[in-house]
Design a protein. Structure first.
Length: 311
């Protein structure tokens, strides 16, 4: 009885930690630039210091959690990779890495506790199989969720890029400087495309804080990992370096981006037919066969029964 009570308390605590970390991880950000501007000096070092320094304890519960994870073999590398993927998913608060780590380990602990409860009276081999399955599922599923978040964020940036670049070229044509034009575009697009607006506003704030524009655009490319943004950044940097007209080049580039977006949409429509083939075969066609054939078969069986009956 005492063991069951302890197990219930542990399961309830793990489940509560999992729910809290999930809420903290997926809730909307109120200020997408505050944490990025606080870490501007660190990012100005091209990211070399972040990969060579060791984490230290202290500084709150979440920082102690990261420090404890970094003490395990391979923990520091996993934290760096996860932090980079969270940044590519648009989650750049200071607490994002710790909340995701708590979410992953809480989910893993929940599955292990469930496997322990489900296989309590099972044989040793069955227990080992259950524990291995729980470990694999508890570790891989949060990683797949993170990968999906990265793909979703990149897709939003990709879809917002043509209209934003077109608007940037129009604003530059009015005579504004590049920083002023980008800031004006972020104000206009913050409710329509908040993700790309936040990225552009971060670049503007970094340049205003004294960082080189080329370095700011390099960090933009590294944060997003999108080839079209890399081409846009190279175009802006080269135009500033050689003094060429940027507004006309942006208009042409916006047309090419819009063409690519249309081609991606057409490709998605072409793939939709193939994707719908399996649900049609598995779910729609059997129901259609039952609706169309069963009444006829019942009618035939009834006629046969009446014909073979006593006269």
């Amino acid at each position: 009885m005492g063991t069951l009570i302890v197990f219930a308390f542990l399961a309830a605590g793990t489940l509560g930690l999992l729910v809290w970390s999930g809420i903290e991880l997926f809730r909307q950000k109120e200020d997408p630039l505050a944490d990025r501007l606080e870490e501007l000096q660190a990012y100005a070092m091209a990211g070399t210091t972040r990969t060579t320094t060791r984490r230290r304890g202290g500084g709150g519960f979440l920082n102690n959690v990261l420090y404890a994870i970094s003490l395990f073999p391979g923990g520091e590398g996993w934290l760096r990779d996860t932090e980079r993927e969270l940044a590519q998913a648009g989650r750049r608060q200071k607490t994002s890495l710790a909340t995701f780590a708590l979410f992953q380990y809480g989910f893993l602990g929940t599955l292990l506790a469930f496997a322990l409860w489900a296989e309590w009276n099972a044989e040793l081999v069955q227990k080992m199989i259950g524990f291995v399955a729980a470990i694999m599922l508890g570790w891989l599923l949060p990683q797949q969720v993170l990968h999906a978040m990265v793909r979703r964020y990149r897709r939003k940036l990709q879809e917002a890029l043509p209209d934003t670049v077109d608007l940037l070229g129009i604003v530059l044509g009015t005579g504004l400087a590049l920083d002023q034009a980008m800031f004006r575009v972020t104000e206009e697009m913050q409710f329509i495309y908040p993700e790309l607006s936040s990225e552009f506003a971060t670049v503007v704030m970094q340049v205003r804080a004294g960082q080189e524009r080329a370095k700011s655009f390099q960090q933009l490319v590294r944060r997003t990992g999108i080839e079209d943004i890399k081409s846009l950044s190279a175009m802006i940097v080269q135009s500033e370096r050689f003094g060429t007209s940027l507004s006309q080049a942006l208009k042409v580039y916006a047309d090419s981006l819009r063409t690519r977006r249309r081609l991606r949409a057409e490709a998605a429509v072409a793939r939709a037919g193939i994707k719908m083939l399996f649900p049609i075969i598995l779910f729609i066609l059997p129901a259609l066969f039952v609706i169309t054939l069963v009444p006829g078969l019942l009618s035939v069986l009834q006629q046969l029964r009446e014909g073979l009956g006593p006269r």
